[in-house]
Design a binder for this molecule. Sequence first.
Ligand SMILES: Cc1cc2nc3c(=O)[nH]c(=O)nc-3n(C[C@H](O)[C@H](O)[C@H](O)COP(=O)(O)OP(=O)(O)OC[C@H]3O[C@@H](n4cnc5c(N)ncnc54)[C@H](O)[C@@H]3O)c2cc1C
Length: 285
Amino acid sequence: MIPVKFDYVRPSSVDDAVRALAEGGEDAKVIAGGQSLLPLLRLRLAYPELLVDIGGLSDLRGVRDEGDSLLIGALTTHDDVMRDPLVATHCGLVAQAAGMVADPAVRHRASLGGALAHADPAADMPAVMMALDAIMMARGPGGERPVSAENFFDDYLTTTLADDEILTGVRVPKLGPGWGYRYEKFHRTAQAWAIVGVAALARRSNGQVAEARIGMANMGPTPVRARAAEVAADGADASRDALRSAAQRADEGTHPPADLHGAADYRRHLARVLTARALAVASGV
Ligand SMILES: Cc1cc2nc3c(=O)[nH]c(=O)nc-3n(C[C@H](O)[C@H](O)[C@H](O)COP(=O)(O)OP(=O)(O)OC[C@H]3O[C@@H](n4cnc5c(N)ncnc54)[C@H](O)[C@@H]3O)c2cc1C
């Protein structure tokens, strides 16, 4: 199908892009790699009157070392994220998960910012950012504000970004010594979309898990933390049995969807199995 007619601007600075969004109001939309937005336009599920193309804003591309954290620009593609040496060294979970998104053709166009702003609960990177307690940087007419991942994903395909705000990047804390990580996802052979995805981080000390953090994809209308399993894993022996037992609580408090790829109970089962696997690898068991 052909999209509904729209106006198009390609600003040359972030300020100009924010101004264009503010002028367009709720009828304006940012376009980055277009991998999610273009299909929606073609299906006429979205019909903005103005597209603000941020693809030329090179300031929003790349990875910067900021001391305790990395700032990954919103326009950085998944392919660039998975190959970036800083990300590989300090935030291996982000690199691993980015390499599991879609296929090479999509990863070369799809931006990290687009994946986060689109807020699909089945997407991989939002769950990873939840586990990492990452900070989203939102720029609007009044300047830039940080938003925790927890407060960023608001509802199904909905974030707390205002109509006139652009996601400029995401600040990801560096993982210090003792931390391990793993992203596990279960998907159909023909497609990489997660039926369920689990991002686990664990800090091991003296044969025990001192701290665990778990983010999950497709276990509700937003990405979620598996808080009950985290509490159960904290202080547990770094052994397969102890971690499997903690993972039994992964689906507590979740509201997984039911669709033709899996019933809600099946997703609950997957969440427990994948959490056990991810925690075991993250804890070096
Ligand atoms: C065939 C295929 C397979 C896929 N498989 C997977 C998969 O396995 N796992 C997975 O996680 N994802 C998957 N995806 C989704 C893909 O990761 C996203 O489509 C992509 O990351 C979105 O980024 P984009 O730059 O293309 O965003 P766009 O499509 O340009 O934009 C998406 C949305 O985000 C908004 N937006 C974009 N950038 C910004 C910004 N900087 N500030 C504010 N708003 C912004 C847009 O307004 C729009 O609403 C797949 C997509 C395709 C087409």
